[in-house]
Design a protein around this ligand. Structure first.
Ligand SMILES: Cc1cc2nc3c(=O)[nH]c(=O)nc-3n(C[C@H](O)[C@H](O)[C@H](O)COP(=O)(O)O)c2cc1C
Length: 387
């Protein structure tokens, strides 16, 4: 057993995160991650510690059209007592209809609105991280979502980036607009769309937003260890943290986060044998969630490299694990790992998951010329969820 870093000083001011009538403790949110934060992964993480665990992104259009694949993605375990759903929308009316459906059908307890997606196929149409630039449209979407959620007591939050690029920052104004519209909290991934996942998140921007807003501000970006969460809160005054890539292949990060916010030392880091047991459990949960072994194992493959990062596992075994197609095969391959190998400390505090290079942001023609045009951008409603 290897002990986790001991530099996690408790923070006296840590309070539960208030989201509408819900108190979230610790003030930690699993970031929505398409293709990752399904019911299986959320369960694995929830078993480790408290917090809010957000479902994969759902597109408003697909939801209101009741596309079966989309409805299936909105799957929560019976013991998920704070069912958190992220919606992507560009049309105020469709977004409101989707939120109303969430309330009427009792689909979730919290709705987060995605204004952070930097994917070119989304921004090219004016969606995701491009949208807050059109501030009136942004305000209408958020305002109508909040109004549609109100009768059901569902808190609405927004998740956004700093802006399109350093010359087109939107986060302070968008935060104020969202607050005015009645959101329960604002989460800032402190990068621009242009940065994608490169460079460092700008925690000073989170601090600036916190200084500006009265509603809770959630800081997001580059929390790799529990100590980073405490540092972010100390640096920014944020009311909570949103954790994405840091928990890939490391669901126990949520136990460390809970311990850190409570001022307790972290638990011991898992050995290779303990990581293998978690991998097997993750795959079993995915098979249950996706309904059959073929799909469950195929979905599990993307997690293999994250779990094994830093462990001395040979290339052939890694490759076989990353092509696994049945649970029996997975357990057989995992049995070849030496269970006594301690957790590789050099993998701590390191970026994982996407770290791609910055890139020019594709935008609709003339998008930057008018901030007050509130026409719904054409073709920006994605039909499919989870992208
Ligand atoms: C694989 C992957 C999928 C993502 N999908 C979404 C998404 O659907 N909605 C969203 O708001 N952000 C999404 N994000 C962004 C994360 O929620 C988070 O804002 C970002 O990773 C920065 O946080 P981190 O540094 O803790 O990873 C995704 C990120 C990754 C790596």
């Amino acid at each position: 057993m290897t002990l986790a870093p001991a530099d996690q000083t408790p923070i006296a001011q840590a309070k539960p995160l208030r989201l509408g009538r819900h108190d979230v403790w610790p003030p930690v949110v699993l970031a929505p991650m398409a293709g990752i934060t399904n019911v299986a992964f959320r369960r694995l993480c929830r078993e480790q510690g408290g917090g809010a665990y957000v479902c994969e992104m759902i597109t408003t259009r697909a939801l209101v059209e009741r596309i079966p694949k989309t409805l299936k993605m909105i799957s929560f375990a019976p013991d998920e007592d704070f069912r958190s759903l992220q919606l992507y929308g560009v049309d105020p009316d469709v977004t409101a209809a989707a939120v109303r459906m969430v309330g009427e059908d009792g689909l979730a307890d919290h709705v987060d609105l995605n204004f952070g997606c930097p994917v070119p196929k989304v921004t090219r149409r004016g969606g995701g991280s491009a949208l807050p630039w059109r501030r009136r449209l942004f305000g209408r979407i958020v305002g109508q979502a909040v109004a549609a959620a109100a009768p059901f007591g569902i808190p609405v939050t927004v998740k956004m980036r700093k802006g399109i690029d350093d010359d087109h920052l939107t986060y302070v104004e968008a935060g104020l607009i969202a607050q005015e519209a009645g959101v329960a909290a604002v989460a800032l991934h402190a990068r621009t769309a242009q940065q994608r996942y490169s460079g460092n998140a700008d925690w000073d921007a989170i601090a600036a937003l916190k200084q500006t807003l009265d509603v809770p501000v959630l800081g997001n970006g580059d929390i790799w260890e529990a100590a980073d969460a405490l540092r972010m809160v100390a640096h920014t005054g944020a009311d909570g943290v949103v954790v994405g890539r840091g928990c890939l292949g490391r669901p126990w990060l949520f136990a460390d986060l809970e311990a850190a916010f409570a001022g307790r030392p972290s638990q011991a880091l898992p050995s290779q044998g303990e990581v293998a047991a978690i991998m097997s459990r993750h795959a079993h949960l995915l098979v249950d969630a996706l309904g059959d072994e073929r799909h469950g194992c195929a979905d599990f493959r993307k997690h293999v490299a994250w779990y094994l990062k830093g462990f001395p596992v040979g290339g052939e075994l890694r490759r076989s694990l990353a092509m696994v197609s049945s649970l029996a095969e997975l357990d057989d391959l995992l049995a070849r790992l030496d269970p006594r190998v301690p957790f590789p400390r050099e993998a701590l505090g390191q970026p994982r998951g996407r770290v791609n290079a910055p890139g020019k942001v594709s935008l609709p023609h003339g998008w930057l010329d008018s901030r007050d045009d509130d026409a719904v951008p054409e073709g920006a409603e994605m039909e499919n969820s989870g992208g």
